[in-house]
Design a protein around this ligand. Structure first.
Ligand SMILES: Cc1cc2nc3c(=O)[nH]c(=O)nc-3n(C[C@H](O)[C@H](O)[C@H](O)COP(=O)(O)O)c2cc1C
Length: 208
């Protein structure tokens, strides 16, 4: 499918077919493609939690303003943005640094320099860490949704949920913010989508 078609086709779908599963192989394929998304210094400060269990989804639905798609969709992903993803000892950062060294982009003795840069850019205060985690996790989420579309799946991003309640109910460690949930599945048969809603024009978006 042409990328332009994917841009048109992707919609925030409200009604999922509860009888059509998204198997683990397909979910893995989508996630493994979506991870090609760009991120600050390639630090990829995101993790995912996939809910499939009906009981867990029912619990999540209660914390998500009773949105029916949370229980209808076979999979609901929690996107977790890692506010510690710039810190010394963070496992992903360690892998990224190793990769930089292996690629000859940094020398092994530049670790402290690299940590100084990430601290200065992303860890200088809580706001910087929050922005770092959420902008990058948001880019992953977008990549995930377009990739899912390219595989014939439908998605729905949601930030309509009790953030702290969700973290508490699902034991999400404190370093993570949850920028969104993403329902993943197939359109419920017989449902017609509303036309794509209004978007800003080029002129609307370009400030003088
Ligand atoms: C971060 C984010 C959070 C959203 N949260 C909700 C939500 O909680 N409930 C909902 O019905 N739609 C939610 N939406 C869907 C938007 O309303 C929808 O994407 C927008 O109206 C554009 O429609 P389209 O995605 O079909 O093009 C969310 C979208 C984004 C990107």
């Amino acid at each position: 499918m042409d990328f332009k078609d994917i841009l048109e086709k992707r919609r925030a779908v409200n009604h999922f077919d509860p009888d059509r599963d998204v198997d683990e192989t397909l979910l893995r394929a989508v996630v493994e493609s979506a991870v090609k998304a760009p991120s600050s210094y390639n630090l990829q400060p995101w993790k995912l939690k996939a809910l499939r269990d009906p009981g867990q989804k029912a619990e999540l639905r209660k914390l998500a303003f009773d949105q029916p798609k949370v229980t209808e969709a076979p999979v609901v992903l929690m996107v977790l943005a890692d506010r510690d993803g710039w810190k010394d000892g963070n496992a992903t950062l360690e892998s990224v640094f190793k990769d930089f060294v292996a690629a000859g982009k940094m020398q092994p003795d530049q670790k402290d320099w690299f940590l100084g840069v990430t601290q200065g850019l992303y860890g200088r205060d809580d706001e910087a860490a929050q922005a770092f985690a959420n902008k990058n996790a948001g880019l992953f989420a977008m990549s995930f949704m377009y990739t899912a579309s390219s595989h014939g799946l439908e998605t729905h991003p949601m930030d309509g949920f009790d953030h702290d309640g969700v973290k508490q109910a699902f034991g999400i460690p404190d370093n993570y913010w949850v920028p969104m949930l993403i329902a993943v599945g197939y359109l419920k048969p017989g449902v017609t989508l509303h036309p794509k809603p209004w978007r800003q024009s080029y002129e609307d978006m370009m400030l003088d």
